[in-house]
Design a protein around this ligand. Structure first.
Ligand code: 0RA
Length: 631
């Protein structure tokens, strides 16, 4: 007869895994695709633990032809020796005992509390079959289970080189609503894991989808941040990187500012994406605000009555990855992706503050660029507040009567309506005559009044011409700006191709950027592209929109061509203006992006700012661009 304690133990084991099969949701969250994917993540997490311990570099995951999944790693291999008290191989216990954890737990940074970290026995319980191969001490070992029950006990297969573990499992169709894997979902998770564990080389192959990828990022989260910013303009070459440890909590942070205005901070705890944030994020935000303010104040970087930078100011345009490792994470929230451990806030706060302050002291150039970025955000915030006060004092702009100078269109559907903001009265006249009054409105702005040189934005907002513009668009300004109230979905800036025109365009873009950003976000702001030249030969006339095109056209037309350069819109008659610039069939419009507007805002600060020196310097170094602005 068998040992009584062994029998009792096996009954417990059976009952344990039976419980998992009865209520899978309790262990893996759900039995839909999400739960199915958790099985893969659970196995891979075990290999990642070996990576974190420095015992493993390669993890190969394959979705096989039959729908099973194989995970191969070159870690130490799950121990195969007998566990003294139980007289059973450790690998068998890892695979069949719920929370065998404890004894075999080599995890110092658990992922439990979240949905994975439940253990390989849960994967085993929810698999139609599961096979393990362990390479250890020169031998390959094998065992197989079916629905959690050992059907082939551990045996030696023969000699093996190196060490490692191979787990192949077939998700149980009796349990899962679907057994179809989504390549992209899984691949993205592996990619994150590779960024977060720079020594890992993760290969993923889906035989069914006929796709494969390999992830290895030597730069770790620094590379993660660089890749996130790939299509953006970064304000400093290399992301700032911090790596520190306190009370067994490891904190890693990579951050880089861009010229965008979005905040892009992702956080991870023990490799789990904490989408809902938590105490580590609270600590990070606090440290960032404190460190930036301290540095700005100590170096007298805050100017123009600005007292301090807010959290939002210092996070505008920031891309960052925060990755922490903690022994006993507590996950909370709707999707269990919010870190709850209260001790983490202070630790992340003090470590990040200390290291970031140190970094800024050692890299004053980078520090200054970052702080100037935050100051720009603060100025926009301050200006928005002033605009709101102004709106309140003067009553609601949107309800004001439409300005008399507006030649409105008859169309009432904003989606079909356009407004041309035209500089100068003569051009305004041509535009009014040339337009299709059905859907095109014209608002002329008097250039002289808009003499923007040195004018500050708050003054500009009081300008009657500008107020006409705000009223005509009807979407209000500042925090009350609402794109859904806009009376036109095409707001088209049409200015002369000279320096004044460029100034007015910069001013208008700055106005939209600071006070009516929802209109930019909605894609309602455009810049008209009038021709720069007219080339004629005999009776033939060709309009040319840029210098590059001019060269090739002049070449193709040969000799005896006459060239007219359009300096102002007023030089075109109404028909020409319609044909070249306003007819939706033939015109080109440049849709304004937030980046365009932001650049205009920066230029505005320099061109119209109080400080003479940077302005002179800017005009000298950017003479070319200012020239191009004349387009
Ligand atoms: C328990 C103890 C040790 C390693 C592992 C488990 C282990 C588990 C998995 C699962 C997939 N790959 C794995 N690799 C290792 C430590 C072994 C030792 O001390 O040698």
């Amino acid at each position: 007869m068998e040992d009584a304690s062994y029998t009792a133990e096996s009954i417990q084991v059976l009952e344990g895994l039976q419980a998992v099969r009865k209520r899978p949701g309790m262990y893996i969250g759900s039995t839909d695709a999400r739960g199915l994917h958790h099985l893969v993540y659970e196995v891979v997490d075990n290999s990642i633990d070996e990576v974190m311990g420095g015992f493993c570099t390669h993890i190969d995951i394959t979705i096989n032809q039959d729908g099973s999944v194989t995970v191969v790693d070159d870690g130490r291999g799950i121990p195969t020796g007998l566990v003294p008290k139980y007289e059973r191989p450790a690998v068998e216990m890892v695979m069949t005992v719920l929370h065998a954890g404890g004894k075999f737990d080599r995890k110092s940074y658990k992922v439990s509390g979240g949905l994975h970290g439940v253990g390989l026995s849960v994967v085993n319980a929810l698999s139609e079959w599961l096979e393990v191969r362990v390479r250890r001490e020169g031998k390959e070992h094998f065992m197989r289970c079916e629905r959690g029950v050992v059907t082939v006990p551990l045996k030696e297969l023969g000699a093996a080189e190196g060490t490692g573990t191979t787990v192949t499992f077939m998700p149980d169709r009796q349990i899962f609503e679907t057994v179809e894997f989504d390549y992209d979902t899984i691949a993205e998770k592996f990619k994150d894991l590779a960024y977060l564990n720079r020594t890992a080389v993760i290969s993923f192959k889906d035989v069914l989808a006929n796709r494969q990828d390999r992830y290895h990022f030597e730069g770790g989260i620094v590379e993660f941040v660089k890749d996130l910013n790939h299509n953006k303009t970064s304000l400093h070459e290399t992301p700032i990187y911090i790596n520190a440890e306190k009370n067994s909590i490891i904190v890693e942070l990579a951050m880089q500012y861009t010229d965008t205005y979005a905040e892009n901070i992702y956080s991870f705890v023990n490799n789990i994406n904490t989408a809902e944030g938590g105490t580590h994020m609270v600590g990070l935000r606090s440290a960032l605000t404190r460190a930036m303010n301290d540095y700005a104040k100590e170096n007298n970087l805050l100017k123009g009555g600005l007292e301090s930078l807010t959290g939002e100011d210092v996070r505008e345009g920031l891309t960052a990855i925060l990755s922490i490792k903690i022994p006993e994470p507590q996950f909370e929230g709707q999707t269990k992706t919010k870190l709850g451990n209260s001790e983490v806030k202070g630790i992340v706060d003090s470590l990040v503050f200390e290291k970031l302050s140190e970094f800024m002291l050692e890299n004053p150039k980078v520090a200054t660029v970052c702080i100037e970025r935050a100051i720009l955000a603060a100025q926009a915030r301050e200006a928005a507040r002033k605009a709101r006060d102004l709106t309140r004092r003067k009553g609601v702009l949107e309800s004001a009567a439409l300005p008399g100078k507006l030649a409105d269109c008859s169309e009432r559907d904003p989606a079909k309506s356009e407004i041309y903001i035209v500089e100068g009265n003569s051009a305004g006249g041509s535009a009014k005559m040339g337009r299709d009054r059905e859907f095109q409105a014209i608002l002329p702005l008097r250039g002289k009044i808009l003499n923007v040189e040195k004018a500050r934005m708050d003054k500009i907002l009081k300008n009657q011409e500008v107020r006409n513009l705000i009223t005509a668009i009807g979407a209000n300004i500042g925090p009350d700006c609402d794109a859904s109230k806009a009376r036109y979905h095409h707001v088209i800036i049409m200015t002369d191709a000279d320096v004044d025109g460029a100034h007015i365009r910069t001013l208008l873009l700055t106005l939209f950027y600071r006070y009516m950003r929802p209109l930019i976000d909605a894609g309602f702001i455009y810049i008209a592209q009038p021709p720069l030249y007219k080339v004629s030969k005999g009776g033939k006339e060709v309009y040319v929109y840029d210098d590059e095109a001019l060269e090739s056209i002049m070449e193709s037309m040969g000799r005896n061509v006459s060239l007219q350069r359009y300096k102002g819109l007023g030089e075109m008659n109404p028909k020409q203006l319609w044909e070249t610039t306003m007819d939706p069939e033939t015109r080109t419009l440049k849709q304004v992006t937030v980046e365009d507007a932001m650049r205009a805002d920066e230029m505005f600060n320099i061109l119209m700012g109080d400080e003479v020196e940077p302005r002179r310097e800017f005009i000298m170094t950017h003479a070319d661009e200012v020239e191009n602005l004349d387009i």
